[in-house]
Design a protein around this ligand. Structure first.
Ligand SMILES: [Zn+2]
Length: 100
């Protein structure tokens, strides 16, 4: 086993954050399901497939992304859907464009 050298970092000491950030949850907006108004969300995972062309390693890879889906109706908020590169399920576009 190689010995690990302890090197003190030159420069400033990092101050320990003594200030706690207080968040008043009564002032914070509660995210509601835009489809049914429910406020309880469940964790869900979207898995994106990174093609070999896009991947930094040059190999296809799967990339799980955590999202939240409504605990009542199961819909994922549109803002989250667009974050992961998905369209909201109700707005269906005709897949005609791009064929030419
Ligand atoms: Zn819902």
């Amino acid at each position: 086993m190689a010995k690990r050298k302890f090197r003190p970092q030159p420069g400033k000491h990092q101050p320990v954050p003594s200030q706690q950030v207080k968040v008043d949850l009564n002032q914070a907006e509660t995210m509601k399901c835009e489809y049914c108004g429910n406020v309880i969300f469940m964790k869900a995972t979207v898995i994106k497939r990174i093609s070999a062309l896009m991947s930094p390693t040059g190999q296809e890879a799967l990339m799980p992304i955590e999202v939240y889906s409504c605990g009542s109706c199961g819909q994922v908020p549109k803002s989250i859907m667009s974050d992961v590169g998905l369209e909201p399920p109700k707005e269906e576009k005709s897949p005609i464009e791009g064929i030419l």
